[in-house]
Design a protein around this ligand. Structure first.
Ligand code: UT7
Length: 334
């Protein structure tokens, strides 16, 4: 059999259907809640400044035992339970993280093993705060092409490992957590076409100060003002493009679930998109801070748990961050 014929047979066996959809989402929030007041002394800041500039009132910081593995596994197990898919039937795990300090073995492989996805291929994806939407697109495309049938997509972060506690420009913003989604083949589109961009001209806007092993301990640094402007000017139009690609009218959109970077960015994007009066806007950032690649699945889990959205509603997801880098797509909620 030729290589092409083998590939065709494999896709047939796995059942390429043309579409994919999300069957379940789940998240893990660390135990320790940290209100703004606890950070003000060290940052020479105030509760009022942090809330006015970011919308954040509190966030969660992981304790030593709440490792990336522990949080990612817990989020994945909840997503699996909600989806009704047996872990043994997952054949692809894609995990996005920008704070995984143990580069090898891949975190996705460890998580796949721990949840019982023993037949799955597993890989890590590095796209910073845009990671979850990129991972979702990779998994969705694999299902649509027939190279995977059930996929587990995870965003997991311990931003407190890479953000310096004393950094006045970012320490109040970032936080820890993990979220996951389970994807399966579908007869109707459940994950819309992805709109993606990367702009290396902004590479220094959010970066580590040094590579690991160079003597100096690397920390993340961010030019917040520059990223803020880029998010409103470049990310909002890309999100609008994802709506058009999915043929969804912004006025009829069920929910807007952008990366939870800063409430002011979220409100400005929502305004620019011209969403309808009934479109639910995710504001998870108020209580969880910016959890990077974990923020979108955590926000989805909350909206579903609170009954603010219903199964079958459409939701516009858009992740953005270091690179600078973005990915957006419309999904149908499980
Ligand atoms: O996760 C994806 C990537 N990241 C983002 O999307 C983050 C995007 N950026 C932001 O969210 C915002 O830029 C921040 C929340 C980080 C900062 O808000 P800002 O409104 O852009 O503040 P700024 O940096 O322009 O600073 C405004 C003022 C300055 O004082 P002057 O020059 O106006 O007198 C700062 O010195 O606020 C001062 N400032 C602070 N004051 C109290 C800066 N940091 C602090 C602080 N506490 N922690």
């Amino acid at each position: 059999m030729t290589g092409t014929a083998k590939a065709a047979r494999s896709a047939e066996t796995r059942g390429a259907t043309g579409y994919s959809r999300i069957l379940g989402v789940g998240g893990y929030r660390p135990r320790t809640v940290v209100p703004n007041a606890e950070l003000c002394g060290i940052l020479d800041s105030s509760d009022e400044w942090i809330e006015t500039r970011t919308g954040i009132r509190e966030r969660r910081f992981a304790s030593a035992d709440e490792t990336l593995d522990v949080m990612a596994v817990a989020g994945a197990q909840k997503a699996l339970a909600q989806s009704g898919v047996d872990a043994a039937d997952i054949d692809l795990v894609v995990l996005a993280s920008m704070s995984n300090l143990l580069q090898t073995p891949p975190l996705a492989v460890r998580v796949a093993h721990a949840v019982g996805a023993r037949r799955a291929a597993a890989l890590d994806l590095s796209a910073a705060c845009a990671g979850f939407c990129h991972a979702l697109a990779v998994a969705s495309d694999a299902i649509r092409a027939g190279s995977a049938r059930h996929a587990l997509v995870i965003g997991a972060e311990r931003m407190t490992d890479i953000v310096e506690r004393t950094d006045r420009g970012s320490a109040f913003l970032f936080a820890d957590g993990a979220g996951a989604a389970v994807l399966a083949p579908a007869d109707q589109p459940g994950v819309g076409p992805v709109v993606r961009r990367a702009d290396g001209a902004y590479a220094d806007a959010l970066r580590m100060t040094a590579p690991w092993g160079g003597g100096e301990r690397p920390w993340m640094r961010m030019d917040g003002r520059r990223i803020f402007r880029w998010a409103v000017e470049e990310v909002a139009p890309a999100a609008a493009e994802a709506l058009r690609a999915a043929h969804v009218d912004p006025v009829r959109l069920g929910a807007f679930v952008p990366h939870q970077a800063n409430l002011r960015i979220i409100e400005l994007m929502a305004q620019r998109l011209g969403l309808g009066p009934d479109t639910v806007v995710a504001r998870e950032v108020v209580h969880t801070g910016n959890t990077s690649a974990a923020s979108i699945p955590l926000a989805l889990e909350t909206l579903l748990a609170e009954g603010r959205v219903r199964s079958g509603d459409t939701a516009l997801l858009v992740g953005f961050g270091a690179g600078l880098n973005l990915a957006a797509q419309v999904v149908v909620l499980p």
